[in-house]
Design a protein around this ligand. Structure first.
Ligand code: UD1
Ligand code: CA
Length: 469
């Protein structure tokens, strides 16, 4: 069936305090897999093509807005403030001003329900189309529906939702629950919200009253979702439980796409990470959003890869930490290497244990295998950088560049005092402090000549004995 090309906007309820989180932080800002709870529904709305998304904020409105804006810098977000929490209908009504002039459908989502899949929301919109009325809703069937609004049907058609506190014993026996997620025609929504009164057991403006009003205009569309998708977060036990489900969902997708996870229970891959087939990920690894891992990459236990790329065939040995780094093909990194922002490695580069890089471009086949700091450096191809080499890139005021040509050999325990250049094929002797440029093909050594005093120890002992010591 052809989808109607109806414009879509979204309202995401983020005003709640979340008392049971026992935290100074607003509930929707608590994170699962690296992102705040509310980032998930916001992202789903954007993925579905919402042209305007309104987070309704209340508790800690400023910090919620700040964090959400930072996460979605280019998204069409307009924040709406709900000053006082007078119920879900009042919360949605706070968004009316922000959506003034919008005609189409409004998707209503909860900021504390992170696991709802894009596919389920697409089914909700399709159910709205198919029913042809003014509202569609997500429901879920629960063995123990205590606390939820119950979905009442007559002859199969939804007629209304009754909240637990307002329900009769017979209504409480209904197991189909309201998930609180809706697609509503905008024109109907604002008119209906204005009619809703707080005539109920809790004295709140119930958004669920919309359902009865909508059922009088036409059939209410429904999509029945799995309870794992519609579950919210009320305390830190639930937060951890939702995180586990998300972790499992993401990890399963990677394994089905050909990635080997040696211990999926301890592998944390955030949304929006690409991992190529035939790659292997060890236990205790974290891969954060924006990371791109090629094919046949081996990531050893305990590695943390943040917003970095690792190209085909590379190996990250255990406990290596990458942050905004780019690793080329067939590199061998670590164990215990730290690649900081601006690290760009060509193919076949080897960086060994306790090597730290920052803003460092390193050419094909170059190696720094032990105990080294390379910051603000441009290093050519085929260089060998000895143990304990340090770029002295900071003089207390300015950062300066160290440049090595191709085929340079840097002896162990060398300090390269930037700005400084070492030309193609040059050698620097072990223990040298390089303060002046080294021309191509030359040798630089700044070591003091060695003094050896034969028999010195015996002589010292003899002196001590003579003093009667
Ligand atoms: C609501 C539904 C219920 C449904 C359940 C699913 C109503 C009246 N009831 O009940 O049918 O089964 O969700 O979880 O809608 N919020 C605000 N401002 C407010 C009130 C709530 O932003 O003034 C936010 C909350 O922070 C939360 C969401 O809206 O994210 C739901 O509110 P909550 O009070 O938990 O609704 P329930 O009583 O659970
Ligand atoms: Ca709730």
């Amino acid at each position: 069936m052809l989808r109607r090309m109806t414009a879509l906007s979204a309202v995401v309820l983020c005003a709640g305090k979340g008392t049971r989180m026992k935290s100074k932080k607003a509930k929707v800002l608590h994170a699962i897999l690296g992102k705040p709870l509310c980032a998930y529904p916001l992202k789903r709305a954007l993925e579905l093509g919402a042209t305007s998304v309104v987070p309704v904020v209340g508790h800690q409105a400023e910090s919620v807005e700040k964090e959400v804006r930072a996460l979605f810098p280019k998204a069409p977000l307009t924040f709406a403030l709900q000053r006082e929490q007078r119920g879900t209908a009042d919360a949605v009504r706070s968004a009316e001003e922000a959506l003034k002039g919008f005609s189409g459908r409004v998707l209503i989502l909860y900021g504390d329900v992170p696991l709802l899949r894009k596919e389920t929301l697409a089914s909700l919109l399709a159910a709205h189309d198919a029913a042809g009325g003014v509202l569609a809703m997500v429901t879920t069937v629960l063995e123990d529906p205590t606390g939820y609004g119950r979905v009442l049907r007559e002859g199969g058609r939804v007629t209304r939702v009754v909240e637990q506190k307002d329900a009769s014993a017979e209504q409480r026996a209904v197991k189909e629950c309201n998930a609180g997620i809706y697609s509503v025609d905008a024109a109907f929504l604002w008119k209906a919200l204005a009619e809703i009164q707080p005539n109920n057991a809790q004295g709140e403006y119930y958004l669920t009253d919309l359902v009865e009003l909508a059922s009088k205009q036409g059939p209410v569309g429904t999509v029945v979702a799995d309870a794992t998708e519609t579950a919210g977060v009320n305390d830190k036990v639930e937060l951890a439980a939702r995180a586990k489900v998300l972790q499992r969902r993401i990890n399963d997708a990677h394994m089905r796409a050909g990635v080997t996870l040696h211990d999926p229970d301890t592998t944390f891959i955030e949304e929006d990470v690409v991992v190529g087939p035939d790659s292997e990920v060890g236990p205790g690894v974290s891969l954060t959003s924006g990371s791109v891992i090629g094919e046949g990459v081996v990531i050893g236990p305990g590695c943390v890869v943040s917003a970095s790329s690792v190209a085909d065939g590379s190996v990250l040995k255990p406990y290596s930490v990458l942050e905004e780094a780019r690793v080329g093909v067939r590199n061998v990194i670590g164990p215990f290497a730290r690649l900081r922002p601006g690290t760009e490695l060509a193919e076949d580069v080897h960086l060994g244990n306790f090597v730290e890089t920052k803003k460092a471009q390193i050419g094909k086949g170059s190696k720094a295998n032990h105990l080294t700091y390379l910051g603000d450096a441009r290093i050519g191809a085929g260089c060998n950088i000895g143990a304990g080499t340090i770029t002295c890139n900071y003089d207390g005021v300015n950062k300066s560049l160290t440049e090595l040509g191709d085929g340079v050999f840097i002896g162990s325990d060398t300090q390269l005092v930037a700005p400084v250049q070492v030309g193609d094929g040059a050698y620097v002797g072990a223990g040298t402090t390089v303060t002046k440029n080294v021309p191509p093909g030359s040798l630089a050594v700044s070591r003091a000549p060695q003094v050896t005093k034969e028999g010195w120890v015996a002589a010292k002992k003899a002196r001590r004995a003579a003093k009667g010591g």
